[in-house]
Design a protein around this ligand. Structure first.
Ligand code: TYM
Length: 326
């Protein structure tokens, strides 16, 4: 049976291979046979204090082009900017009134971000409620994401459950869809996930110059952090995990045999990873280069917003009636 799929991504800097293998590849696959809705979540991006208005405007557009290059097809999927559908903010408020303050204080991502900053804005705290609103506004039942979003999805399910038990059955409880690349680690520090916020040495941009990718792969950390009970250091395990995503099985198995026999040369493993990674990314990079001049991206997003809004309005009509606002 066709699923109603929703997912979102923040327009904060360039797309990296963690986003791509962790989520976007799944977004593309799920376009076949399902009802897919994908959002560039610019309201969420405002929780990031470094977000500069002019850059946000450009980043949204660039990200839309990146997603098209990755294979998101606006004829199959609804692709739109979150802030073009203000119902997200309206539902967020209403859901905030059924969410548990205690649960929100336990969100790992909030705790980590708050610990790193001196000033913590309220939006950062409310972030998971807005995320729940994104999903529930479309009554999505499945959400393709990386592992770092699983806790936010549990919160979305709790919010749906509380809303349903207080106001009557309204929302499905959304389930995550996790793929093989659900947890890609940083090459420079393989004990933390690959992310933009850690700095450019921690991620590989999808459209990054080839030479720069080669350099990052070659300098990936390998031998640090190996404990006696482990067979492989986190860095080597991450290189294998990446290789599995891009190389044929026999190539991976060959390297695994070398590793087991104690004769694996990291240099060879890295070289193979670089070659297969570039081959896997090439079609996307080539499509992106051609899309630079695609003038109709604004129309694509406007059309997406119109379609999203029609569904959102319908849900809000029902929600307002349920809670007694209509
Ligand atoms: P964001 O913008 O940080 O990341 C977008 C997607 O990429 C995945 N991802 C990763 N997967 C594997 N390994 C990694 N190192 C890695 N880094 C990122 C993320 O899990 C995500 O799927 N809160 C969300 C955006 C959001 C959303 C939503 C998602 C807002 N509303 C509703 C789903 C449903 C976020 O910040 O993703």
């Amino acid at each position: 049976m066709a699923m109603r799929i929703f997912s979102g991504i923040q327009p904060t800097g360039e797309l990296h291979i963690g986003n791509y293998f962790g989520a976007i590849q799944r977004w593309v696959e799920l376009q076949h046979g399902n009802d897919t809705i994908y959002s560039i979540v610019d309201y969420h991006a405002l929780t990031n204090e470094d977000t500069v208005p002019a850059e946000l405007r450009t980043a949204r557009r660039e990200l839309a082009l990146d997603l098209l290059a990755c294979g998101i097809n606006p004829e199959r999927s609804i692709l739109y900017l979150q802030s073009d559908v203000p119902e997200h903010a309206e539902l967020c408020w209403i859901l905030g009134c059924v969410a548990s303050y205690g649960d929100l204080t336990r969100m790992t991502q909030f705790k980590e971000k708050a610990a790193r900053q001196e000033f913590v804005n309220g939006g950062l705290f409310y972030y998971p409620v807005l995320q729940a609103a994104d999903i529930l506004l479309y009554k999505a039942d499945h959400v393709p994401v990386g592992e770092d979003q699983v806790q936010h999805l549990e919160e979305a399910r709790r919010i749906a459950r509380r809303f349903n038990s207080r106001f009557g059955e309204t929302f499905p409880e959304p389930e995550p869809i996790l793929g093989e690349g659900a947890r890609i680690m940083s090459l420079a520090d393989p004990e933390r996930k690959m992310s933009k916020s850690a700095g450019p040495e921690h991620y590989i941009g999808l459209m990054e110059p080839e030479e720069s990718i080669r350099r990052k792969v070659r300098s990936a950390v390998t031998d640090v952090g190996l404990t006696p009970s482990q067979e492989m250091s986190p860095g080597v395990a991450n290189l294998f995990a990446l290789l599995e995503l891009v190389a044929p099985r026999e190539v991976v198995e060959g390297f695994r045999r070398d590793h087991a026999a104690g004769k694996l040369l990291y240099r060879d493993l890295k070289e193979a990873l670089f070659t297969h990674l570039m081959a896997a990314l090439r079609p996307v990079r080539e499509r992106r280069a051609k899309l630079v001049s695609r003038g109709d991206v604004d129309e694509v997003l406007a059309h997406g917003a119109e379609r999203a809004r029609a569904i959102a309005r319908e849900t809000m009509r029902e929600v307002r009636a349920r809670v007694g606002l209509d």
